[in-house]
Design a protein around this ligand. Structure first.
Ligand code: PEP
Length: 231
């Protein structure tokens, strides 16, 4: 079971350190795979079995890419995990599928664990084109890559407090499970009151959590629930 915290543009270097310190004290973390994605300014070598990942990076070792970080900066802290394809990067920062694929291939070549995110907008869901749309977001992505973790995150459920319905998640995870044998997570307004039900869904290997992960006590509460649940 995988439980991951995506801080997005929240927390500082100082508060991330405090967060990791508290999380490390939490018992039996080893029965789950825990990932934390702080903002890039807070990346560091934390002395912990908790996996620390980057929310984003440019697909190059180093170079003239103002404002970006690349492999050299991640290597400094031994970061070997990255999120690619997050809806905020697709829709707010206008990353194209072509660029996302480039990132995927670069970090695959460098053996990273890749949290690859896909998800439909509400407009697509209403027009009943969800599966077609998700297929498009998988173009150029090696679904057999051994370090791939797929995250299904419907855009309309991210940061809205309105998680997708169990049956809808189940249907999409079923569809995705036919394409890959890698773990598939759900993300989109997961919180302490719905995580138990979400983790009980067939083919669900865990959760990618944004807003509700920002508070370490809340995150630990969800870890506790995950420990008691099915997989
Ligand atoms: C996310 O950013 O990946 C996410 C799922 O956010 P939230 O939990 O806030 O919906």
């Amino acid at each position: 079971m995988i439980i991951a915290a995506n801080f997005k543009m929240n927390h500082t270097r100082k508060t991330t350190k405090e967060y990791i310190k508290k999380l490390k004290k939490f018992k039996d973390l080893d029965s789950l795979k825990i990932y934390v994605f702080p903002p890039s300014t807070a990346l560091d070598r934390f002395d912990t079995t908790i996996n620390i990942g980057a929310q984003n990076a440019y697909p190059a070792v180093s170079g003239s890419f103002t404002g970006e970080i690349g492999l050299e900066q991640l290597n400094e802290f031994n970061i070997k995990t990255i999120i690619i394809g997050h809806s905020e990067r697709r829709h707010i920062l206008n990353e194209t599928q072509e660029f996302i694929t480039k990132k995927f291939n670069f970090f695959k070549e460098n053996n990273f664990t890749i949290f690859y995110c896909i998800g439909e907008t509400s407009k697509i869901r209403e027009s009943k084109n969800t599966f077609e749309y998700l297929n498009e977001q998988l173009i150029g992505v090696d679904l057999n890559y051994e370090n791939l973790i797929l995250a299904y995150e419907p855009v309309w459920a991210i940061g809205t407090g309105k998680s997708a319905k169990k049956e809808d998640i189940e249907e999409v995870l079923e569809f995705l499970s036919k394409k890959t044998s890698n773990p598939i997570l759900y993300g989109g307004s997961v919180n302490p009151s719905n995580i138990k039900e979400i983790l009980s869904i067939k083919n669900c290997s865990g959760a990618l959590i944004g807003s509700a992960s920002l508070n370490v006590e809340k995150f630990c509460e969800m870890i506790n629930i995950a420990k008691e649940s099915r997989c």
